[in-house]
Structures are given as C-alpha cells and as structure tokens.
Design a protein around this ligand. Structure first.
Ligand code: URA
Length: 205
C-alpha cells in the first residue's frame, strides 16, 4: 500500500506542526543533523513541491532548497513561469542524512523506513495545506507519497490522481541535473524538468 502513513501528526497550522517537529526523534537522523528543516512557503499555496531531504546548506540554515540544488530549482521555476512564492516547498525527510568525508558531509540517501517515519510530517503538511497539486521532485518524494509500486520511470512528467488525495505531478530532482555528465543529455533533461514545472504552473483541476 501507499507509504504515506494515514497516521499523521495532528496540528491546526503549519506553524504548530513546525513547532512539534523541532523535537522530532521518530527516526535516528536527528542525532547527527544540526536541526530540523521543515517546509516553508505560503500557507495559501496551491502547489506543494516535495524534495528528498535537506542538504548541507539546508541543514545549517534550517531552510529547504537554499543550496546548489535549490538555486537550480529557482532558475528552473523562473523559466517555467512558476513563482516560488506561490508554492510551499518541503521535503520527504526533514533531517539531513550524511556520511562524513574529511571536512565534508556527503549526502546519503534516506531509506524506506526513514521516509515512512517522516511521512508523519509530510502527510500532516498536506492535510493542512490541501493543495490543488503536489509536485514530487525525485524518487524519494514519490515513494513517500505513493509507495514502492510507482516509479519515476515511466511516470515522470505525468499527473497521477490517487484516491482521496491531491493529484501528484511526477518529476525528477534538480540535483540529478547537477550530476549528469553529457551536455546534450543535461540540456534535454533540464528542458523536460522545466516543462514539467510549467505543467504545474498551468494546472487547473
Ligand atoms: N535537496 C532536497 O531534496 N531538498 C532540499 O531541501 C535541498 C536539496
């Protein structure tokens, strides 16, 4: 079944959830992270963007998508004509998971258990916001919302309509674009990503 727990935090507002989440020990990731990185943006947002987890800079600043992937996301949103101020931006997992490598902290992929534990917060955010569309950036966000059966390939670029939940537009994660080596492939994938974000901007239920 879907990974998104029906069992989610009970809160009246995003501010209240954020406050509750500050002390979160639902999985072990709080032990090494600096702080929780909760979602942010307009509480009237009709579009919710869901990433994977905070990165190094997000962990230090406490804000989602402010590092390299966030800057690329901002440029792509602008090209797509989707104003970030119209969106609420959050992550499937709200603590930074990393492997120390010298002075650096390398991103480590959250596992299924961590994603499910953290859906407690994501599900509550969506219950409060009731967006007209959720955009999943990458496989972890897609897993958090739709479980193990729905895959980025072949669903990328599509809008799915789960029962009793907001529609989900499936797309890639911007940090994937940063890792593509071939220039032609990178251009193609970036163009498709911008086109997906444009679909979100234009979406009418
Ligand atoms: N990548 C994500 O998935 N989320 C962030 O907040 C930053 C980078």
């Amino acid at each position: 079944g879907p990974a998104l727990a029906l069992d989610v935090a009970d809160g009246e507002s995003i501010a209240e959830l954020r406050h509750q989440a500050d002390g979160c020990t639902r999985c072990d990731l709080y032990r090494n992270a600096t702080q929780i990185v909760f979602g942010e943006g307009s509480v009237k947002a009709e579009i919710v963007l869901v990433g994977e987890q905070p990165g190094d800079q997000e962990d230090l600043s406490g804000r989602p998508f402010v590092g390299p992937a966030g800057r690329l996301l901002d440029r792509c949103l602008e090209e797509a004509g989707l104003d970030r101020r119209r969106c609420y931006v959050t992550n499937a997992v709200k603590h930074f998971k990393f492997t120390p490598r010298g002075k650096r902290r390398l991103h480590a992929k959250p596992n299924a258990g961590e994603i499910k534990r953290c859906a407690w917060w994501l599900g509550a955010e969506l219950n409060i916001l009731q967006p007209k569309l959720v955009v999943t950036l990458g496989a972890s966000a897609l897993y958090a919302l739709l479980g193990p059966k729905v895959k980025l390939t072949p669903e990328g670029g599509r809008i799915l309509h789960p029962e009793n939940r907001p529609p989900v537009l499936v797309t890639i994660h911007p940090s994937y674009l940063l890792r593509i080596r071939g220039e032609a492939d990178q251009h193609r994938q970036r163009r498709d990503f911008v086109s997906d974000l444009h679909k979100a901007a234009e979406y009418r239920p």
